[in-house]
Design a binder for this molecule. Structure first.
Ligand code: M6R
Length: 596
């Protein structure tokens, strides 16, 4: 999704600070980028395509200004062209605006402005904002007031940053789209996400919806859009700039796959007591019934989480957040849990807001401290993965599964299972994941099947979400067709697509009824000549029917799902790598989907 950076106080380094900030936001996904620098006038440069195109465009130019804003755009209104890239300007060229989100009443504003003589240079909704500011300035408002007046006319979601010629300040505001302020000695920053300026400061102010910020050489102020001053807290982020580097790995995703032992350790740290067989989260919730809302990979984690609660006898269901908001199920005394890596996914936020509107208590399970979800929900459980830069979720999925285990164990227990054994298995997870990373043959499997016509993934019970996630991961980063199924479902239609050129990845752990039935499904695809890759802990005899085996260490049935997923992440990574795909920034995808 779009990224914003703004800064003051960086002197001659202003342009480099903006370009560096945009580079750090690339992971969010984008298709054009631009910057505006302001002094007595405003200079804008913007280009469709990768950041390098913008770097080339500004090279050799004299872009001066002690204040500036920058943007990476992920198209919503109009294709990714130079003209549609941000910043957008007014008719005089004195105002430049970058914007994340969607202005819902832009068409009526645009008609009104065009009627009054304004000319538009892009197809975007954003462009109405500089023209509204221009009108307010023409009516005599001072620049800050002009920005406030323009914002008061806008309906929809936004994070905006604005520069005006002759004003050494950046103005910004948010409504339903994240914006964070960075504070250091003599320099101030505004961004959609902390990595944009983390190398310059670790002191941040998370802005709330409806807040307006001004940064200038003398400091910063935060107020409501209509000007009422707000007191704010300066937080300190608890991760280092190096945490957002590649540390020698070819891709962020590979680095993040390898960071999973650490991510899991962090998630569990101080929360499980193996001796006392107890879990203690800094959370005080009772759960009689639970509804999960989430999207994409987080939805797969939610499906897994719902299974944990049902196993303990608690009514639990996982919903796609975008469907939930439209077709909300009856809420009794349900806790509604939003699962979201970013804590900013618009669909999940909408579902949680609907649940709150109906009186439900809400809990966010998220990775991002200060995210909108964590601030809007009644409670938050952090998964503590550290920053994830690759667009495809990897370590955050594993940590979501671990965190949902902790949530279930603390609130409703382990059902018929031995709590002590579950806790021991959770404690062993980091080491078990490391063992897989050290011994995996996923790369060989990927090389064998990279040219296949399609890929199927099957699993039952806790391995069903793993099958879904295995297919999603492969699709996202390799662009190959892949589908995940509850193992019993394949024969109800999709078996027609199974051939000798469609490998089937079967996740079979343990040796219970689910495993035995899945092996039956494996035999069905084998009979249709499909190659079979078994992901297994070796407890069943599935290996007998498989062409390849991806082994996982023996563990508890709950944690087997976490381990099996690691092998499938590696298969997806190596297939995508063999095909030369853009693994960290897959086409059309964004890290944080802040539009519905
Ligand atoms: O930030 P969230 O976890 O709420 O994001 C939800 C999905 O957009 C996300 O999981 C998406 O499916 C990722 N690209 C998965 O790799």
């Amino acid at each position: 999704m779009c990224g914003i950076i703004g800064c003051v106080g960086r002197g001659d380094a202003t342009l480099d600070t903006l370009l560096g900030g945009l580079a750090n936001l690339e992971y969010r996904g984008y298709d054009s980028a631009g910057v505006a620098l302001a002094n007595e006038s405003v200079t804008v440069e913007k280009k469709a395509g990768e950041l390098d195109a913008l770097r080339e465009a500004v090279a050799g130019q004299t872009l001066h200004g002690s204040v500036g804003i920058g943007h990476t755009r992920w198209s919503t209104h109009g294709p990714p062209t130079d003209a549609n890239a941000h910043p957008h300007q007014d008719c005089t060229g004195d105002v430049a605006v970058v914007h994340n989100g969607i202005i819902e009443n832009y068409q009526s504003l645009r008609d009104e402005l065009a009627e009054a003589g304004h000319t538009f240079a892009s197809d975007t909704d954003t462009e109405v904002v500089p023209h509204l500011i221009e009108d307010a300035l023409a009516d005599g408002a001072d620049p800050e007031d002009a920005v406030r007046q323009a914002l008061s006319r806008i309906e929809g979601s936004y994070a905006v940053a604005v520069v005006v010629a002759g004003v050494d300040a950046v103005f910004a505001a948010r409504e339903d789209s994240p914006l964070v302020l960075g504070v250091s000695d003599g320099a101030y920053y505004l961004a959609s996400d902390v990595p944009a300026f983390r190398e310059h400061t670790d002191r941040v102010v998370y802005l709330e919806d409806g807040e307006f910020a001004r940064i200038d050489a003398d400091g910063f102020s935060v107020s409501s859009i209509d000007g009422t001053p707000h007191d704010v807290t300066i937080d300190t982020v608890d991760w280092d700039p190096e945490d957002t580097g590649k540390s020698g790995y070819d891709h962020f995703m590979l680095k993040e796959i390898h960071e999973q032992p650490r991510a899991l350790r962090q998630c569990l740290q101080g929360r499980v007591d193996e001796l006392g067989a107890s879990v203690s989260l800094d959370l005080d919730v009772d759960i009689a019934r639970v509804q999960f809302v989430a999207c994409g990979t987080s939805y797969h984690a939610a499906l897994y989480g719902a299974g944990l609660f049902r196993a303990a006898g608690i009514p639990a269901q996982a919903f796609y957040a975008h469907e939930y908001a439209l077709d909300t199920p009856p809420i009794e005394d349900d806790l509604v849990v939003g699962v979201s890596q970013s804590g900013e996914t618009a669909d999940t936020l909408s579902a949680l807001r609907e649940a709150r509107r109906r009186g439900a208590r809400t809990l966010a399970v998220t990775n991002v401290v200060g995210s909108t979800m964590s601030r809007e929900c009644d409670d938050t459980l952090y998964i503590r993965s550290g920053p994830e830069i690759g667009v495809a979720a990897s370590k955050t999925f594993s940590a979501q599964l671990a965190a949902l285990n902790l949530l279930a164990l603390q609130t409703v227990g382990a059902g018929d299972e031995d709590l002590r054994e579950v806790i021991a298995a959770l404690r062993d997870l980091p080491g078990d994941v490391q063992a897989i990373l050290d011994s995996t043959t996923a790369e060989e499997v990927a090389e064998e099947y990279v040219d296949s016509d399609g890929f199927f993934f099957i699993g039952r019970g806790a391995n069903y979400p793993v099958a879904l996630e295995g297919a999603l991961k492969l699709k996202e980063i390799s662009y190959e067709h892949a589908e995940g199924f509850a193992a019993g479902e394949l024969k109800h239609g999709t078996l027609a697509l199974v051939t000798a050129d469609t490998p089937v990845f079967a996740v079979v752990t343990g040796n219970d009824e689910a495993a035995r039935k899945t092996i039956g499904n494996v035999k069905e695809v084998e009979a249709r000549d499909a190659p079979v890759v078994a992901v297994t802990d070796g407890k069943s005899d599935v290996a007998r029917y498989a062409d390849h085996v991806l082994e996982i260490p023996e563990t508890h049935p709950r944690t087997a799902a976490v381990l099996a997923n690691i092998q499938l992440q590696l298969v997806a990574y190596h297939v995508a790598n063999a095909l030369g795909r853009s693994i960290d920034k897959p086409r059309n995808l964004a890290k944080s989907v802040t539009v519905e």
